[in-house]
Design a protein around this ligand. Structure first.
Ligand SMILES: [Mg+2]
Length: 267
């Protein structure tokens, strides 16, 4: 045994000196960055408070606008669906647990279940709007092949107007630009309020955020927020994230990770 000791030691030292693998922690999921955001969304009472607070503000605004309305058309409120009225955070958890990044296929594997839960305050708000005589309309970038299950999901969670006359999804050959669908709704309704978690739920002017990530765009339209536009918090995903990557989702996970850090302002 004694004569093998130097060889054994040499082997141990060699094993200890092997180069670091590319991903220093092999257990670190590519979706690790979603953990804190998803914790906040699912497990902070502040998130619930934010949703209740936002829908309360929306009720005040809607009541005020409906009472002041002098036009001749029926009025409506337009809501986005995902992370506005339905909670898809279990999908983010699936990405975290399986170390995967978003893909359309994975997303539809989730939506096909039809089990997304209503977000706090959303069901109550939509019924309130109906009670005021304001129509409830949903414009979402879920694809049209998800319509049936989306209607079922909305219905099972107690939302009104879970009906193809009031739910406008993204046609297969179209981009996520909601302008055309908003214009279509505006033919028959005066929309008093738009509610969403992403700026383009309100207007496509926010589609190109430019070098300052959309800050000047939002600043120049600040009077619309809380008035015509009601925004909800989504720290898990959104066009805000794409803007960090210059909208180039083909970047590697490492490049994206680096950009997320490099763009932060420290001291
Ligand atoms: Mg959304």
């Amino acid at each position: 045994m004694k004569q093998f000791l130097p060889v054994l030691l040499a082997l141990l030292i060699f094993a200890g000196c092997k180069p670091e693998p590319k991903n220093a922690n092999p257990n670190l999921s590519e979706s690790e960055h979603l953990v804190m955001a998803t914790d906040w969304f699912q497990k902070s009472a502040e998130m619930r408070a934010c949703y209740y607070q936002t829908f309360t503000l929306a009720k005040y605004k809607l009541t005020e606008k409906q009472n002041a309305y002098k036009g001749g058309k029926p009025t409506a409120v337009v809501l986005d669906i995902d992370e506005t009225v339905l909670d898809n955070s279990p999908f983010e958890v699936h990405l975290i647990n399986t170390g995967q990044l978003y893909s359309g296929k994975l997303w539809q594997d989730w939506t096909r279940k039809g089990t997304a839960k209503a977000l706090p305050g959303a069901v109550n708000f939509t019924h309130y709007a109906k009670s005021l005589g304001v129509e409830v309309i949903y414009i979402s970038n879920r694809k049209t092949n998800e319509l049936e299950i989306t209607l079922e999901n909305l219905k099972s969670e107690g939302f009104p107007n879970a009906d193809s006359n009031f739910v406008f999804l993204r046609p297969k050959d179209k981009s996520g630009d909601k302008t055309e669908r908003r214009n279509f709704v505006n033919i028959n309704y005066d929309v008093l309020l738009y509610i969403g978690d992403n700026l383009t739920d309100f207007s496509q002017i926010y589609g190109d955020r430019g070098a300052d990530l959309g800050f000047s765009l939002v600043d120049s339209t600040k009077n619309l927020f809380g008035e015509d536009y009601i925004i909800l918090p989504n720290p898990m995903y959104g066009e805000w994230e794409g803007a960090l990557y210059g909208n180039d989702y083909s970047l590697s996970a490492e490049q994206k990770r680096n950009l997320r850090k490099q763009l932060l302002d420290g001291y």
